[in-house]
Design a protein around this ligand. Structure first.
Ligand code: NAD
Ligand code: UDP
Length: 335
């Protein structure tokens, strides 16, 4: 059974990918510094899988911890999620973003090299495409950055592209991951007022926030609101399993979009969520948000051709799973 190191494995996408990897028969070790994860995530993963989770609480910037993990375990491949991810914060703290996202990657790669591990799946993002009218976006679209966060993802991709031929690298560019695990025991859990659409709507549905501001209704889209390619986090997690299997089996790398190819407007999401939670959700039309693009959707064909990946879950599934998760959390912790 292949053994995988999952950095950032206690986070939103990492925890779902942990479960998908265990389901697929991998042995998994998590390294996370819990800077953006709740301490009870490992116990929840243990409850869902019924087996102990191997978790190192440590930082990808700490070379000694990485050396320890690679000496304690014979690792066959790495899935690297550990990073800072808030676009707005990256403008305030660009050096923190470069240090964690670029410095952390370099540190990890050098520890991998030392241990002779040369298979890595990298969490990239559709943000590397910048602001473009070409939709849906193909992978060979030029990269450009509009924030320090986007810069760190492009830098990460470029560093990985410099590695010698005995490395195999999977670069996965995610579109908009939403939803939660079918068990409703893990999901996205932002501490502050959410910036992202679905977590914000979820807090309107639980009554924690009064109403959603829809950022702009005068875009050139079917109802004037922004269009995004929302992908269920469980589909995304399964994409990582396919990417890893492909690296381990073929020794060949790939760069692929992980999206559905389908666009939904902000109001489509509001209506789907409203159906899922069985109540009307209050919203008002607000000005456009700085830096937003009208439409962002993936060309999904390459992931299908190279990995056999196809997103299976609908927008309704995404909203239902999100609601099951947040309403369950709210019952457990009504404050
Ligand atoms: P997340 O914040 O929930 O997960 C990241 C995890 O990494 C957290 O558990 C955090 O505690 C950990 N971490 C952060 N810095 C660390 C460090 N220095 N050492 C060890 N652990 C550290 O975020 P997520 O949404 O699950 O995103 C995972 C990855 O996917 C990130 O690389 C992110 O940039 C990328 N991504 C996310 C999205 C999205 O919309 N969620 C979109 C595109 C790309
Ligand atoms: N959006 C919105 N109100 C919010 C948050 C987001 O209208 O409170 C819109 C945003 O303008 C975009 C879409 O929802 O059209 C998705 O935004 P999100 O921040 O979730 O993801 P992004 O694509 O910006 O990374």
């Amino acid at each position: 059974m292949a053994k995988i190191l999952l950095t950032g494995g206690a986070g939103y996408i990492g925890s779902h990918t942990y479960l998908a990897l265990i389901d697929a028969g991998f042995d998994v070790v998590i390294l996370d510094n819990f800077s953006n994860a709740k301490p009870d995530v490992p116990a929840r993963l243990e409850d869902i899988t019924g087996r102990p989770a191997h978790v190192y609480e440590g930082d990808v910037l700490d070379r000694a911890v990485l050396e320890q993990v690679f000496s304690d375990h014979t690792i066959d491949g790495v899935v690297h999620f550990a990073a800072l991810k808030a676009v707005g914060e990256s403008v305030e703290k660009p050096l923190d973003y470069m240090q964690t996202n670029v410095g952390g990657l370099l540190n990890l790669l050098s520890a991998m090299d030392h241990a002779g591990v040369r298979r890595i799946v990298f969490s990239s993002s559709a943000t590397v495409y910048g602001d473009t009218d070409i939709q849906p976006i193909p992978e060979d679209h030029p990269r450009t950055y509009t924030s320090p966060y986007a810069f760190t993802k492009i830098a990460g991709e470029q560093i990985l592209e410099q590695l010698p031929d005995d490395w195999a690298v999977g670069i996965l560019r995610y579109f908009n991951p939403v939803g939660a695990h079918g068990s409703a025991m893990i999901g996205e859990d932002p501490e502050d007022i959410p910036n992202n659409l679905v977590p914000y709507i979820a807090k309107v549905a639980t009554g924690e926030l009064e109403r959603l501001s829809v950022f702009g209704d005068d875009y050139d889209t079917p109802d004037g609101t922004g269009v995004r390619d929302y992908i269920h986090v469980e589909d995304l997690a399964e994409g990582h399993v396919l990417s890893l299997k492909s690296l381990l089996e073929t020794g060949e790398g790939h760069t692929v979009n992980l999206g559905t190819g389908e666009g939904s407007t902000v109001l489509d999401v509001v209506h789907a969520y409203s159906e899922a939670c069985g109540q009307d959700l209050a919203y008002k039309i607000a000005p456009r948000r700085d830096g937003d693009v009208a439409v962002l959707t993936a060309r999904p064909e390459r992931a299908k051709e190279h990995l056999g990946f196809e997103a299976k879950r609908s927008l309704a599934d995404m909203c239902r799973s999100s609601w099951a998760w947040v309403s369950g959390q709210r019952r457990n912790d009504p404050n």
